[in-house]
Design a protein. Structure first.
Length: 335
């Protein structure tokens, strides 16, 4: 039997080479992909880091700005603290001085001399008009003294008069008389003004200004008042408000005199609140102006009794006088 010849097996045939080539190609492709993506990743990281740096720098600038403001405020607070400490030291020194003077005045004779000196100093605070009015024997505690129930410590006076028909027709001569009596308890003042309850001035040439006081001026006021007939709504709010707004001053003692007979419309509490807001008190409780009020009994004597408007007026005027350092005078007769 003849033996068939065997074919030799080739290890590196075409299929094997294809497989090897594909494997190497895949490896090379992976390397290429990795190499290409690396710059993108690095660039993105660089961008992200740049944004973070910018944000941090912005926050740093903001913090520095706030620090500057805080340092400025701290310096101001420290300066205020230094001033307060100096003031405290000064007050402590004054307290020590007062204690020393007090200890030195234990003797009766020295105490009397100290009291007399303080009294002389108090007298120096008076204006020339107050000296003429109250006399050289004036004592500061007598500032609360009254004439006919009315404090007379003012240097300027404003009359606010209800010029409604009920007042003009029934009690106008009595109004003239009472204004004359009020002027008589102020022998000399620095200024006078006359307005109606609407805030209208009796003398337009002196609108917003003080009328100088003199006997001739007082006669002219009474003479002009006898024929004065401006419109009135029987509510004193406008006149009081105009007088306080225009004439109040820290260096002036001013009294308002409100004359009327009824309060026809509006809220009593509303008027009180409005006047309290305008005539507010200072730290010592002193109001800008005194407000004195006078009630005329025009509505009395009727068969149906006292009208509600008259009762409302009396209640309002009493409260205004009470809360604004003045007096309320209710007349009981039109004669």
């Amino acid at each position: 039997m003849s033996r068939r010849g065997r074919r030799s097996i080739e290890i590196f045939n075409l299929s094997f080479l294809d497989v090897i080539s594909c494997g190497f190609g895949a490896i090379i492709l992976l390397l290429v992909i990795v190499k290409i993506s690396e710059p993108y990743v690095i660039e993105r990281m660089a961008v992200d880091l740049s944004g973070l740096v910018m944000r941090l720098e912005a926050e740093l600038h903001a913090i520095r700005g706030e620090t500057t403001v805080f340092n400025r405020e701290l310096a101001a607070r420290q300066e205020q603290l230094s001033e307060q400490r100096e003031k405290l030291a000064r007050l402590q020194g004054e307290l020590s001085s007062i204690r020393g003077r007090y200890a030195a005045t234990r003797d009766d004779h020295e105490a009397q001399a100290l009291i007399a000196g303080r009294l002389a100093s108090a007298k120096q605070d008076l204006t020339e008009e107050m000296r003429r009015l109250l006399g050289s024997g004036y004592r500061r505690k007598l500032l609360t003294a009254t004439v006919g129930g009315v404090p007379v410590d003012s240097e300027y006076i404003v009359f606010i008069i209800d010029t409604s028909g009920s007042m003009q027709e029934n009690v106008w001569p009595l109004v003239l008389k009472k204004i004359t009596e009020v002027l008589d308890i102020y022998p000399a003042v620095k200024g006078i003004q006359v307005m109606n309850d609407m805030g209208d001035y009796m003398f337009p040439t002196y609108q917003g200004k003080w009328i100088p006081d003199s006997p001739a001026r007082r006669k002219a006021i009474i003479k002009r008042l006898a024929q004065w007939r401006p419109f009135s709504n029987s509510s004193p709010v406008e006149g009081i408000e105009a007088a306080i707004r225009r004439f109040h001053a820290q260096d002036k003692r001013i009294s308002l005199y409100v004359f009327g007979d009824d309060f026809a419309r509006g809220s009593i509490q509303g008027v009180i609140d409005t006047v309290a807001r305008l005539n507010r008190a200072d730290g010592s409780g002193k109001r800008r102006v005194r407000i004195h009020t006078v009630g005329f009994p025009v509505q009395f004597g009727r068969a149906e009794g006292i009208p509600l408007n008259a009762v409302r007026y009396a209640a309002l005027m009493r409260k205004l006088a009470e809360t604004n350092g003045g007096s309320f005078v209710g007349l009981n007769s039109v004669r």
